[in-house]
Design a protein around this ligand. Structure first.
Ligand SMILES: *[C@@H]1O[C@H](CO)[C@@H](O)[C@H](O)[C@H]1NC(C)=O
Ligand SMILES: *[C@@H]1O[C@H](CO)[C@@H](O)[C@H](O)[C@H]1NC(C)=O
Ligand SMILES: *[C@@H]1O[C@H](CO)[C@@H](O)[C@H](O)[C@H]1NC(C)=O
Ligand SMILES: *[C@@H]1O[C@H](CO)[C@@H](O)[C@H](O)[C@H]1NC(C)=O
Ligand SMILES: *[C@@H]1O[C@H](CO)[C@@H](O)[C@H](O)[C@H]1NC(C)=O
Ligand SMILES: *[C@@H]1O[C@H](CO)[C@@H](O)[C@H](O)[C@H]1NC(C)=O
Ligand SMILES: *[C@@H]1O[C@H](CO)[C@@H](O)[C@H](O)[C@H]1NC(C)=O
Ligand SMILES: *[C@@H]1O[C@H](CO)[C@@H](O)[C@H](O)[C@H]1NC(C)=O
Ligand SMILES: *[C@@H]1O[C@H](CO)[C@@H](O)[C@H](O)[C@H]1NC(C)=O
Ligand SMILES: *[C@@H]1O[C@H](CO)[C@@H](O)[C@H](O)[C@H]1NC(C)=O
Ligand SMILES: *[C@@H]1O[C@H](CO)[C@@H](O)[C@H](O)[C@H]1NC(C)=O
Ligand SMILES: *[C@@H]1O[C@H](CO)[C@@H](O)[C@H](O)[C@H]1NC(C)=O
Length: 814
């Protein structure tokens, strides 16, 4: 007796357990229709009902299922219902509130019918879902959600004149109230229809509808990632711990929270953002949901140093901060593996993409880290009740906003002074470009290669950074002359202000320049992959209508060169100069060592080192950059390119390119910094026209102090001076193998800074300063050199001579 009772009890208990354990969402309204089918179709745990048992309308069945790249079961695509008149599907609704509506489209050929030629609109109640739809792609599922407050839902298909509509399958399902919020901040969603743009599971794995409580499909994030060299895919589904009060499985299943894409950085100085980029229709509001779950902390990670590092990061939408210093542990009450999500509503005006970024925090001590587990982007219906792109509310591209007008005024007042600067820059650059041409011609550089490859070259670029031309025009006041801040061999550089108030520098290439096109491509590729505190960041690019436009972060203080000579900018003191050298050395060191293959900049010069508002140096202009040699090779053979005066003699004579070529150029920059004069100064007497030759001669004759920029000569300490000169000299060694690496240069520069500082506490490194040169006296005397008049001499002739002399060991001009 007792035994039987116990048995019953256990049975009831286990049944209860089964019910509780499988607490799966059971929708009240659950219409699943396999249109045009004669048979019910079971997919996972759901049955799609046959709908043509009593049909007066045309039905297509049994197409061949060749290649349907869909994770939704392709069985649903085998049949379709064709609607040649306006047709309504009416569903009676038991539970008011949010419902999913999913429409399946797969155009196939059946007898004489070509479903690809269908054209139709779809609307639900008062909302337009699609207008003039032509389902051309294979296997498409459109997903919408509506808050249904009436007792029925009417889905209307309206074929365009002389065309027809079709649908392969339909779903109308009520969904848990918690999934879509009633409002997000000030935006009320309750009476809006939403269309799913993307639903992505990070970690590059898909989650199938049968693994989601409301049968959502989550696609892998791989194809949306821009730049994949600093990321890591994680999967620790068992670590997810749903907690009371936190998101439930209905928000996202464990297979979403348990996988992530994480920032993978080995160097705390490296500033990188992980970025995903999605195409969207402009002129709509978007509902964006970020899913986070800390599946990182508590795992030993050989790639991360520092045990104390916190999971703290910034979340960005189109480069604007959506959340600064997001602290997951705080948001989840310190429960590891507890899911967390964040909703944002964002309006997109003119931009055709949403880029989502996870980036390191700006709190100094924190180690760069960050992750994202899932992402949903949904388009919000507009005031017309439409979700169709043709109903977008796009402002005209003519800039009319107040912001732009202020810029016009500002622009025209600054304009005058800029023009003066520009004139000076132009004349300098004019000379320079002639120099560059001379070098290119002398080495037989081939400029006619690109041609037919052009289109494919551009299409391979990183699409995530693409800007529409109208946005660039608006930012630069339609390339107004008053916004020009510089000229280069590549084209003009404009200052610009983006919609979100970000200041940018816009480099606009001359059209039809073949050299320009390949440099453009290289630069975008390099910049979109490599991010560092001391490398100028890429904001975007644009190649609409044959334009070659690159948008960079704006560097308030211009080029290093302009701070050294040729302008009336305030003098930089020695410490500032050292810090700038250190910053640029860090940037170059990162390029050389930051990824598995070295990047050779090839055009290191003072005009390619830019200074931000805090005079922090950033290396720019990657147009000539080259991926370094394979491990088994020692150099890259290439036609000589670069800027005259900075060119590595070894590279010039043997066309062998190594990182050490950059070291040579950097040595030249160091002397430029020390001497405060141009590398080639035609206004000087013949023997001191070339900075390097002049300096080398002075060093040989022991008159090294004579070369120092008089503006800093007084403050520079002899020890710092010696360390600096010694390092720069080593950089200029004739053979690359004799030159230091950028890392060594960096170390020496930091040491020179220490030697300059008053707080010289460390004495253990004294052996460094035991050099043979007499460093006790630094003369404050200097010689500017007599200004010999070179007006009568043709420039190109002078430079030809110098190209020749560059090849020789000794200098016959000094
Ligand atoms: C499909 O399933 C429904 C409900 O389960 C049932 O009433 C119907 O007869 C089935 N139709 C076919 C063709 O099996
Ligand atoms: C088919 O539909 C007609 C009206 O549309 C209805 O009168 C008839 O009873 C239906 N037949 C079946 C078998 O459901
Ligand atoms: C459609 O497929 C089913 C089973 O796959 C088969 O029984 C039926 O004959 C097919 N019908 C046509 C018209 O090909
Ligand atoms: C739509 O199809 C039905 C049934 O095949 C037919 O009677 C009707 O004339 C068609 N209408 C149009 C506009 O082609
Ligand atoms: C079907 O129609 C589409 C769009 O009109 C067209 O591109 C395609 O070539 C057609 N297919 C066939 C087999 O006619
Ligand atoms: C559709 O709009 C009409 C008025 O424009 C309104 O009366 C009706 O309630 C709306 N229907 C739904 C389902 O929202
Ligand atoms: C649906 O709409 C009703 C009426 O506007 C509102 O009270 C309710 O909160 C909405 N529900 C959701 C989930 O938005
Ligand atoms: C993501 O996964 C797909 C398919 O497994 C693969 O082809 C792709 O390379 C992956 N993406 C990345 C960035 O690893
Ligand atoms: C989940 O978190 C709770 C704290 O909210 C903790 O007590 C529990 O042990 C955790 N479960 C697992 C499996 O880690
Ligand atoms: C999907 O669910 C099944 C069981 O429902 C489980 O075995 C499988 O691991 C899940 N897949 C993923 C990717 O989570
Ligand atoms: C990450 O993106 C933000 C916004 O665009 C930008 O301010 C920041 O500099 C970026 N960080 C890096 C390292 O690129
Ligand atoms: C999260 O941070 C806020 C503000 O810093 C603090 O008041 C709160 O106690 C923190 N919560 C947890 C769980 O650490």
């Amino acid at each position: 007796m007792d035994f039987a009772l116990l048995h019953l009890f256990v049975l009831v208990l286990s049944m209860l357990c089964v019910i509780i354990c499988s607490l799966e969402f059971d929708p009240v309204d659950n219409y699943l229709i396999n249109c045009g089918s004669f048979e019910n179709t079971t997919i996972g745990n759901r049955i799609f009902l046959a709908d043509n048992l009593n049909s007066s309308q045309r039905v297509f069945v049994n197409t061949s299922l060749e290649s349907i790249p869909s994770s939704y079961s392709s069985v649903l695509y085998q049949t379709a219902r064709v609607l040649n008149d306006t047709s309504k599907f009416t569903f009676s609704i038991k539970k008011q509130g949010r419902h999913w509506i999913r429409l399946y489209f797969y155009p196939f050929m059946y007898e004489n019918y070509n479903l690809s030629s269908a054209k139709f609109s779809v609307s639900v109640d008062n909302f337009t879902l699609i207008k003039k739809f032509e389902p051309l792609s294979a296997g498409l599922v459109k997903e919408y959600t509506l808050n249904i407050t009436s007792i029925s839902l009417v889905l209307t298909f309206t074929p365009l004149a002389s065309s027809f509509a079709f649908v392969n399958a339909l779903e109308v399902i009520s969904l848990p109230d918690e999934v879509i919020p009633v409002d997000v901040g000030a935006h009320s969603l309750s009476v809006k229809a939403l269309e799913t743009v993307v639903r992505v599971n990070m970690g590059n794995v898909s989650v199938l509808p049968q693994n989601d409580t409301s049968w959502r499909y989550w696609e892998p994030d791989g194809r949306y990632l821009t730049g994949t060299n600093l990321i890591q895919f994680l999967s620790r589904i068992q670590d997810v711990n749903y907690t009371r009060g936190g998101p439930s499985r209905n928000i996202a299943p464990p297979s979403v929270y348990g996988t992530a894409t994480r920032l993978q950085v080995g160097d705390p100085n490296t500033l990188v953002n992980i970025t995903w980029s999605f195409d969207v229709d402009p002129g709509f509001d978007y509902f964006i949901r970020f899913h986070f779950c800390d599946i990182v902390t508590g795992h030993n990670d050989p790639n991360k140093v520092g045990d104390d590092h916190e999971l703290l990061f910034n979340v960005l939408i189109n480069s604007q901060t959506a959340s600064r210093n997001l602290d997951l542990r705080n948001r989840t009450s310190n429960v590891l593996g507890a899911p967390y999500y964040m909703d944002v509503v964002k309006r997109l005006q003119n931009i055709h993409r949403i880029s989502i970024g996870i980036g390191p925090t700006d709190i100094g001590s924190a180690y760069p880290d960050g992750l994202l587990n899932g992402l949903e982007i949904m388009k919000i219906s507009n005031f017309k009740g439409s979700l169709d792109a043709s109903d977008a509310e796009i402002q005209s591209s003519v800039p009319t906003s107040k912001k732009t007008r202020t810029w016009l005024i500002l622009g025209s007042t600054i304009g005058g002074s800029i023009i003066c600067v520009v004139l000076v820059v132009v004349s300098i650059l004019f000379c320079r470009s002639r120099i560059r041409t001379a070098v290119d011609e002398s080495t037989g550089e081939n400029h006619t290669a690109v041609g037919a490859k052009e289109a494919s070259v551009i299409s391979k670029l990183n699409m995530g950074y693409q800007f529409p031309l109208v946005a660039v025009q608006e930012a630069t006041d339609n390339f107004s002359e008053s916004m020009i801040i510089g000229f280069g061999g590549f084209g003009k550089v404009y200052k610009g202000v983006l919609k979100d108030n970000t200041k940018v520098a816009v480099k606009r290439g001359f059209r039809q320049s073949q050299q320009g096109l390949s440099e453009f491509k290289t630069e975008v590729e390099m910049l979109s992959q490599f991010r560092h505190r001391h490398l100028v960041s890429l904001i975007g690019y644009c190649n609409e209508k044959d334009e070659m436009i690159i948008i960079y972060e704006y560097m308030e203080n211009g080029t290093l060169k302009d701070h050294l000579y040729g302008s009336d900018l305030p003098n930089l003191n020695w410490t500032q100069r050292l810090e700038i050298c250190i910053g640029s050395a860090k940037g170059l060191h990162y390029l050389h060592t930051g990824s598995h293959k070295a990047i050779i900049h090839r055009d290191v010069k003072s005009s390619n080192i830019l200074l931000d508002e805090n005079l922090r140096a950033k290396v720019s202009d990657f147009g000539l950059s080259k991926i370094g040699p394979e491990i088994d090779q020692t150099h890259v053979s290439t036609a000589v390119k670069g800027s005259f005066g900075y060119l590595d003699p070894e590279y010039l004579t043997r066309q062998q390119l190594t990182e050490k070529s950059d070291v040579y150029s950097f040595g030249v920059v160091m002397f430029e910094v020390l001497c405060g004069r141009p590398v080639i100064d035609p206004s000087r007497p013949k023997e001191s026209v070339n900075l390097v030759e002049c300096v080398m001669k002075c060093l040989r004759t022991g008159e090294s102090e004579a070369i120092v920029d008089p503006r800093i000569a007084r403050e520079i300490t002899p020890e710092s001076f010696m360390k600096f000169v010694e390092t720069a000299e080593k950089c200029l060694a004739e053979y690359g193998s004799d030159r230091p690496t950028m890392g060594e240069v960096l170390w020496n520069l930091e040491y020179a800074l220490k030697l300059q500082g008053k707080d010289e506490k460390t004495t253990q490194e004294n052996e460094i300063s035991d050099n043979q040169l007499d460093n006790s006296v630094v003369s404050t005397e200097y010689s500017m050199g007599s200004m010999a008049d070179l007006a009568g001499v043709s420039m190109s002739k002078v430079f030809c001579q110098m190209v020749k002399s560059e090849n020789k060991d000794s200098c016959d001009m000094c």
